[in-house]
Design a protein around this ligand. Structure first.
Ligand code: SF4
Length: 228
């Protein structure tokens, strides 16, 4: 006898299987591997690290829009920034195939309070970056994300993929736009979460991690390693 399922039922069924799988994975020997990754992230210098269901990662096309409006100084000039990346739709399709992720944060030792009532400008961003050593914190996060991704691969999560925060700062200047010059550090460079369309603010809220906008709290840089 043949059974037929309506698409909605099939989707619900698939979702249930997926939820059970995530539950089983986190309840079995996988727990040890995941805990080792969280411990490694903390030992490498992360101030927060936790395993989350990848469904908690919020993707929103408006985040990609904000790369262009107002246009970021790196837009179209940086190999790891839009429009030099896959589309938000392509990323979202790939994200749906991941089951878990390790989200991590690095807390800088300066606050993010507005220093002026004026709107953002290139000069204000550059002054703030210089005064607060932004690149140092971005690079610290980048190093941890790359190391955790490599460890995840060795733990058997062979499709592990890391995303950083902010534009890739491995070189003082990225390659000249339109030059055709390849990335100088291709195995180390990573795009940011926001460049892929991830709403970092809402994702952090979803998983109970602190994140502050223009507050007098210390800045937290957020990165993620997708796992499956
Ligand atoms: S590693 Fe250097 S060349 Fe490659 S994306 Fe990062 S800044 Fe650009």
């Amino acid at each position: 006898m043949r059974h037929s399922y309506c698409p909605d039922e099939l989707l619900k069924h698939t979702e249930r299987i997926r939820e059970c799988r995530v539950q089983c994975l986190t309840n079995s020997e996988e727990t040890d591997r995941l805990e080792r990754l969280v411990t490694a992230a903390r030992n490498l210098g992360a101030d927060a690290a936790k395993i989350i269901d990848s469904k908690k990662v919020v993707v929103d096309k408006r985040v990609r829009l904000k790369c262009a409006i107002p246009v970021c100084a790196s837009y179209g000039r940086h190999l790891m920034c839009p429009p030099n990346l896959m589309s938000v739709e392509e990323f979202n399709d790939a994200l749906a195939l991941y089951e878990m992720a390790l989200i991590l944060q690095v807390e800088a030792d300066y606050n993010s309070a507005d220093k002026t009532a004026a709107g953002l400008s290139k000069e204000i961003c550059e002054d703030l970056e210089e005064a607060t050593n932004t690149k140092d914190w971005e690079l610290k996060l980048h190093r941890i994300v790359n190391d955790v991704e490599a460890l995840a691969f060795k733990e058997g999560f062979y499709l592990a993929a890391g995303l950083i925060g902010g534009d890739c700062a491995l070189c003082p200047e990225c390659v000249t736009p339109g030059s055709g010059e390849p990335c100088r550090r291709p195995f180390e460079a990573r795009p940011s979460m926001e460049a892929m369309g991830i709403d970092v603010f809402r994702t952090c809220q979803e998983v109970g991690l602190p994140i502050f906008l223009s507050s007098d709290k210390k800045v937290r840089w957020t990165g993620i390693v997708l796992l499956c």
